[in-house]
Ligand binder design. Structure first.
Ligand code: NAI
Ligand SMILES: Nc1nc(O)c(N)c(N[C@@H]2O[C@H](COP(=O)(O)O)[C@@H](O)[C@H]2O)n1
Length: 220
């Protein structure tokens, strides 16, 4: 599976505010680029922290991109995937509507009643890992279900885990021209943090978009 992480941060590396409220960091042209990335993907993944904070829809906005996908025999929208160890996704989350297939990656510790409620709400539940989602085994299962190109949209906990597991192939990072600050605000990669061996990236592109900069990296 080819994994592309995309995120937008402030110049001080924050994904959102200390209140974890969504901030529009990207401008119009960058959101159009993100839409293109979604349209080129088999699935888009976020963590449950992002679902709880943003209630995202994760569908393709541009009708031409959807038509292009349909012409290639693909569903109009990529599948949506939530990493949600304890099945905390609300049953009325936008990600569970019938616009696209939604996979919920849960761990063995997810309560049965929450799993059933989310299945009833339309999710396809995949169990991987004991207390938290094991991305290597979850991705192997997703690959068996036909997901070869995966886009990851955040947040910082999930992105850290994917770097830690060596599962990131590409990173595209839009740096908007604003400062969010806050020692508790989420950053591109949170989690435990690395102390000895750091994932190193190869810078493959620098481009001005809107009033910010798109940095692209090869991480494989
Ligand atoms: N500016 C941007 O591009 C984006 C910003 N955001 C912002 O990021 C914040 C949410 O990020 P986070 O709180 O970091 O949450 P997150 O979206 O990374 O989700 C973390 C949760 O995922 C679950 N999870 C399951 N297995 C896991 C594993 N192996 N490793 C890590 N997590 C695992 C856990 O329940 C964990 O609490 C929000 O404020 C949101 O607005 C989110 C996405 C993109
Ligand atoms: N690329 C990007 N730029 C920003 O400025 C952002 N705030 C985000 N956030 C991500 O977009 C998701 C919202 O998706 P929908 O519009 O609801 O489909 C949000 O959940 C973050 O993953 N991204």
């Amino acid at each position: 599976m080819h994994v592309v992480v995309n995120a937008a941060t402030s110049v001080d590396g924050k994904l959102s505010t200390r209140r974890r409220e969504q901030v529009k960091i990207s401008g119009e042209a960058d959101f159009a680029r993100v839409d293109r990335l979604r349209a080129d993907s088999d699935a888009v993944l976020v963590g449950v922290g992002t679902v709880l904070a943003d209630d995202p829809h994760l569908t393709v906005d541009d009708a031409d991109f959807r038509t292009e996908r349909a012409a290639a025999g693909r569903p109009a929208h990529p599948a949506r995937i939530v990493a949600d160890s304890r099945a905390r996704t609300p049953t009325d989350a936008r990600i569970l509507d019938d616009a696209a297939t939604t996979y919920l990656l849960v761990s063995e510790s997810a309560p049965d009643d929450r799993r059933s409620a989310l299945e009833t709400a339309g999710a396809t539940v995949v169990v991987a890992g004991e207390s938290r989602v094991s991305f290597p085994s979850a991705f192997a299962e997703l690959e068996r279900r036909g997901i070869d190109r995966l886009m990851v949209e955040g947040g910082g906990e999930v992105i850290f885990s994917l770097f830690e597991a060596g599962l990131v192939d590409e990173l595209s990072l839009y740096v908007g021209s604003l400062v969010l600050g806050g020692r508790d605000a989420p950053t591109l990669a949170d989690g435990e943090g690395f102390v000895e061996s750091f994932p190193s990236l190869e810078l493959t592109g620098v481009e001005r978009i809107d009033d910010g900069v798109l940095l692209t990296y090869d991480a494989s």
